[in-house]
Write a protein that binds this ligand. Structure first.
Ligand code: C5P
Length: 402
């Protein structure tokens, strides 16, 4: 799994830095190419000579080589790597990464990094438990970085607790599992729709729904982290994408989403239609704000929006797959199965509004996946991130996507 993989190994000033030498050796033994970037404090704990001898590459530490002024390009390293690993990561480096304080070569390389980043913290138990460290780690997670949690055990301070860096062999296993998972989706193009749509009534009002976009965004991150190229067509939401392989296309109305989806679909292998598209829109959008007329009712005439799922289902080629979502309030399985057939979908993911913790807004979901061959699979309540992984695993296991 690691053969030929280009890994930037960032080492910081912790007593656990000596373990980075073992890690280097293990990665190289597995066939990886390792480029070490070390902080000035890191060099106090392990010498660059040890690391360059192990990696057969000069260790990068400063922005310039002092004797000839040649520049070490953090941008080139960011483009070169398949993965960046920061082992050990001190509280200080984690804080700098979380806040963009690029005062050394390691953090600068991190900020330029295009590849996934894994961070293995190592520090005293109180430093690790401090709200500052915990908030910084949460921030790194929100950037899409993976934290390899420290373990509980004896620490260099002679205290015992959580803060002990994960062992090199285990870190290698984490990376192997990551590349194995990523390998499953190689070179697929996936279209995802997410969020609500806004259907304008007048310049200041619209018809919409409570969709937050969280499920669609979780799917986009999951697919991208497995190696797919993701095209995320999103209605108006308060969410950000972090993975570099997600291309985001922002739209407002169902009509705009429909046009964007039809435009991108011919080049896609799979479409996952997660958006809560408004079924109807006002016939006209008033040019000026509609005024209240005392004592009079206001009637809005609505016309149906195009059905994106049905359009893609009807247009798909033999090599393309279309997955829809269904949010139902009653007779869920029957209604979802009917939608699957009507829209010519391959899969439909059902979430019921009757299930606590499922559906709009929240961070959890409880789904049932139904396919066109009659498979019905129930899943327990999980985070939307874990639900996204279940959906992609099911697609793979059923031989649909990959
Ligand atoms: O609204 P409905 O329950 O029919 O939605 C089921 C599926 O169809 C969802 O995947 C949704 O994203 C999709 N859909 C769509 N375009 C619409 C309405 C729904 O793509 N206009």
């Amino acid at each position: 799994m690691l053969t030929g993989k280009k890994i930037v190994l960032g080492i910081t000033g912790s007593i656990a830095a000596y373990k980075a030498a073992y890690l280097c050796r293990a990665l190289i033994k597995k066939g990886a190419e390792v480029q070490v970037v070390i902080t000035p404090a890191g060099k106090e704990f392990i010498t660059p000579v040890t690391l360059s001898a192990l990696t057969q590459k000069p260790v990068v530490s400063e922005f310039f080589t002092a004797n000839d002024g040649s520049w070490h390009s953090h941008v080139d390293l960011g483009l070169w790597a398949d993965l960046m690993l920061i082992v050990p990561a001190t509280a200080s480096t984690i804080g700098k990464m979380a806040n963009g304080i690029a005062d050394n070569m390691l953090v600068t390389t991190y900020l330029s990094m295009k590849a996934p980043v894994f961070v293995a913290p190592a520090m005293d138990l109180d430093m690790y438990a401090h709200p500052s460290t915990q908030q910084n780690l949460e921030k790194l997670k929100s950037f899409g970085n993976q934290i390899i949690e420290p373990t509980v055990g004896p620490l260099a301070s002679n205290l015992e607790g959580k803060g002990r860096m994960e062992e090199p062999d285990r870190i290698v296993e984490v990376l192997e599992a990551f590349f194995e998972k990523k390998g499953e989706l190689i070179s697929k193009k996936i279209l995802i729709t997410a969020g609500p749509t806004y259907e304008k009534i007048d310049p200041v009002r619209y018809i919409s729904n409570y969709s937050s976009g969280k499920m669609g965004f979780a799917l986009a991150e999951e697919c991208a982290s497995r190696g797919a190229d993701v095209f995320l067509i999103s209605g108006p939401v308060q969410l950000q994408t972090v993975h570099p392989h997600i291309q985001r296309i922002n739209v407002e109305s169902a009509e705009e989403m429909y046009r964007a989806a039809l435009d991108y679909f011919p080049k896609m292998d799979l479409a996952i239609l997660c958006a809560a598209v408004a079924d109807y829109k006002p016939v006209h959008c008033a040019e000026r704000k509609i005024k209240r007329e005392a004592g009079e009712n206001l009637t809005l005439e609505l016309v149906p929006n195009p059905d994106i799922a049905a359009a893609l289902g009807n247009n798909k080629t033999d090599r393309q797959r279309v997955v829809g979502f269904a949010l139902e309030t009653d007779d869920e399985i029957a209604h979802a199965s009917e939608k699957l057939q009507k829209k010519k979908l391959d899969f439909i993911v059902l979430n019921s509004l009757r299930e606590p913790g499922a559906g709009f807004q929240g961070d959890t979901n409880k789904i049932t996946i139904i396919n066109s061959k009659g498979m019905i699979k129930n899943f327990p309540l999980k985070s939307k991130k874990a639900v996204a992984a279940d959906i992609m695993d099911t697609l793979r296991n059923e031989g649909y996507a990959y």
